[in-house]
Write a new protein. Structure first.
Length: 278
């Protein structure tokens, strides 16, 4: 658990740094090669609002390797069904935090043109936070069609996104889908920022073995776990079928971090979560 806790604490600290003044926001950039000509960062012109790190999914922290996709064909559902109206994903890479937030837009802003038939639009907010607290923040505007494929969009003749942005949307959807997979618990760790990640059923008891209570007398209360279907005999000798269910505490603290465990759906297929569609 120590390695997992260290990663979580590092992500929380870097998330706090992301809102400080030493993180550069996207700016209008001047092209030196073209003299006084100005190259405009169209994302800053189209996406007016900012988006801060509040509650983000991250990749499985277990020992086993997981496979993620950045294409719509690799997802169980359309990217917009998984990402929903707003979702965040963060990854810890070396000593850097990479965070991306997607916010759905009902219709394209005035002045946006596109090539193709978009089915939905998204703002993309992207932050990189370095180990020393410095970093960068950029905003893009993208569209995808009913198949989840990238639709080129433009503002005043300048592209507002690239196919890489659509790939990031699919990757975020893939991480969120995996977080809600069957045979896993969704762990939500909250401090100044909330971080959500899946924990395999075979690992979660060991990962959270060092939790701080709550206590039941001299012993800690049992952590949330699945109870297999079984027969129970009453005092009168009657047998009753007890369906599979969960038992134990869902919320506890570990190293000062608040943790909540939620059992994922036990069926395969599209995930059940707060931002997607059933």
């Amino acid at each position: 658990m120590e390695e997992v806790t260290n990663k979580i604490e590092t992500m929380i600290l870097l998330s706090l740094d992301a809102t400080q003044s030493n993180v550069d926001h996207g700016k209008t950039r001047r092209s030196r090669a073209k003299g006084n000509e100005i190259a405009v960062d169209t994302g800053e012109l189209v996406v007016r609002d900012t988006m801060n790190i509040t509650s983000a999914f991250t990749a499985d922290m277990g020992a086993g390797e997981r496979i993620y996709t950045n294409t719509p064909s690799g997802l169980l559902a359309h990217p917009s069904d998984v990402v929903g109206d707003e979702s965040e994903v963060m990854l810890l890479w070396q000593d850097k935090l990479a965070w991306v937030g997607f916010r759905r837009v009902i219709k394209a802003p005035r002045g946006i043109s596109y090539l193709g038939k978009p089915s939905c639009f998204y703002e993309k907010h992207y932050r990189i936070v370095n180990g020393d607290g410095s970093g960068d923040y950029a905003k893009h505007f993208l569209a995808i069609n009913r198949d989840g494929a990238f639709v080129p969009t433009f503002y005043q003749g300048n592209p507002t996104s690239t196919s890489l942005d659509a790939g990031h949307l699919c990757l975020a959807a893939s991480i969120i889908e995996d977080a809600h997979r069957a045979n896993a618990m969704l762990a939500q760790v909250k401090d100044a920022t909330e971080i959500k990640f899946p924990v395999p059923l075979g690992d979660y008891k060991d990962i959270f073995a060092d939790r701080d209570g709550p206590m039941n007398g001299a012993r800690r209360k049992s952590i949330l776990h699945w109870v297999a279907r079984h027969l129970r005999t009453s005092t009168r000798g009657n047998a009753h079928d007890v369906k599979m269910h969960t038992r134990g505490i869902q919320e506890f603290t570990i190293d000062g971090l608040r943790v909540r465990l939620t059992p994922n759906a036990k069926v395969s297929g599209r995930p059940h979560h707060e931002t997607g569609k059933e």
